[in-house]
Design a binder for this molecule. Structure first.
Ligand SMILES: *[C@@H]1O[C@H](CO)[C@@H](O)[C@H](O)[C@H]1NC(C)=O
Length: 455
């Protein structure tokens, strides 16, 4: 919920054309099948052939037709990128060597994202990928009245990492038709947005986000531009082997929206922006059940399990977001809140209101329209994101530790997991756990009750 997407990308010397398209490496999307289900109990599902694309931020950006970098480490070349529009004209983004450079492998119905990958020219940290319907279009999902199910292996994700599977209201073509400066589109992973209104997006609205770019002081691959990229976000899954949360984040804007100034909700203007950055989260540990999710617990994170999320509602109205797990052939209901004054095991408007009151949190969720606004956004269509990241802002402590760190973990809302308050520092996790990885597989989607058997 305090997520800042830190993209780790490459200091490739290589060539890529930013918003133009490069010709050095052919873009070949790794194939990944998923299932569309009907009926009940997961017995009538049809396999769909999909593929994966890598977000444009990770791609090598070079002067068109040459090998000069447009972006190196965390800075733009001010000659080719004197301003954002000129930069998009001069530069191209390249096709990706998915496994060799980025540690991304897909096979059959599974996708594996490896944390640290040492390539020939660079070291890559984490990745963000999107499910495609065709070579040039993202797969669009309307989750209302539906159930989204997948298997996940988080056993190799320590404190500080976040294997995230979520939905954002991106454009189907990545903004290609809307912005003439964008020649790359969804094929090259353009058009990202989320409810944190991230400023680290390099290519935005057909331009480079190079104006006013400030290199990060603790991330050698990232920086922050003048513009942020906002849109509603439904986090189905943010997790490592210690903690997990699912979280709707409504916004007052529809679709991918470039922000500046107050609208971005930066720093002390957090609650004045267009999106609900906190969201209304359900993290079983934070909701009082400390032996539900983790190694050897009710949901044993040392082994693969199934995550089911149901979006109860119809049309554009959403009333409840329910969670089930399946492991060892057994269906396990989500944990019930044991926090006095907060009831339930799912995300309803009442749960969110109670939780914000009892935890003393600002209800930006309600202020941005709550489940109503989230439902309206989901009905407009969302893109599926699968990523792996570490957190250069707050070390993922909001997910898996005591946060804020100076508060007593026994205060309701403060304890979120058992990770130490000094854990999760990117320099530590990158050096100590380079082989960390997440595996997403067996994605199923269909009406409520169609994707799994409640045994
Ligand atoms: C920046 O781009 C210009 C023009 O393409 C090029 O001549 C120069 O070598 C580049 N500088 C760096 C540091 O790459």
């Amino acid at each position: 919920m305090y997520k800042k997407l830190a993209l780790a990308s490459l200091s490739l010397f290589g060539a890529a054309r930013a918003q133009q398209v490069g010709k050095e490496t052919t873009e070949t999307h790794p194939k990944m099948t998923w299932k569309q289900c009907t009926g009940t109990g997961g017995t009538s599902c049809t396999s769909k052939s999909g593929s994966i694309t890598l977000d444009s931020n990770w791609r090598w950006a070079h002067v068109t037709g040459g090998y000069t970098n447009c972006y190196t480490d965390n800075t733009w070349n001010t000659t080719s990128c004197a301003d954002g529009a000129t930069c998009a004209k001069n530069c191209a983004i390249e096709g990706a060597d998915y496994s060799g450079t980025y540690g991304i492998t897909a096979g059959s119905d599974a996708l594996t994202l490896k944390f640290v990958t040492k390539g020939s020219y660079s070291t890559n940290i984490g990745s963000r990928t999107y499910l495609m319907a065709s070579d040039t279009k993202y797969q669009m999902f309307n989750l209302i009245g539906k159930e989204f199910t997948f298997d996940v292996d988080v056993s190799k994700l320590p404190c500080g990492l976040n294997g995230a599977l979520y939905f954002v209201e991106m454009a189907e073509d990545g903004g290609l038709s809307k912005y003439s400066g964008n020649k790359a589109g969804a094929k090259y992973g353009t058009g990202y947005c989320d409810a944190q209104c991230p400023h680290d997006i390099k290519w935005l609205n057909g331009e480079a986000n190079s104006d006013g770019w400030v290199p990060s002081d603790n991330d050698k691959n990232a920086g922050s531009g003048k513009y942020g990229s906002c849109c509603p976000e439904m986090d189905i899954w943010e997790a490592n082997s210690i903690s997990t949360a699912y979280t709707p984040h409504p916004c007052s804007v529809s679709g991918q929206t470039r922000c500046t100034g107050t609208d971005c909700g930066d720093a002390n203007e957090r609650y004045n922006g267009v999106c609900d950055k906190d969201g209304c989260d359900f993290n079983s540990y934070r909701m009082g059940v400390k032996d539900f999710y983790g190694p050897g617990m009710t949901i044993d994170t040392t082994k693969k399990f199934t995550v089911v999320t149901q979006f109860i509602g119809s049309g554009s109205s959403l009333s409840d977001i329910k969670r089930f797990y399946v492991q060892n052939g057994k269906t396990i209901a989500n944990s019930e809140s044991t926090i006095p004054g907060v009831t339930g095991s799912s995300i309803t408007e009442e749960f969110c209101n109670q939780q914000k009151t009892v935890f003393g949190d600002t209800s930006s969720f309600k202020a941005k329209g709550g489940l109503n606004a989230m439902g309206a956004s989901l009905a407009r269509g969302h893109v599926l994101v699968m990523s792996l990241w570490d957190d250069h802002a707050v070390n993922m402590l909001w997910l898996d530790s005591t946060y804020p760190t100076d508060k007593d973990p026994s205060t309701p809302g403060v304890g979120r997991g058992t990770c130490a308050t000094d854990s999760g520092k990117p320099e530590d996790v990158e050096s100590k756990s380079p082989d960390a990885a997440v595996v997403y597989s067996n994605i199923r989607f269909g009406p409520i009750g169609s994707t799994f058997t409640a045994l």
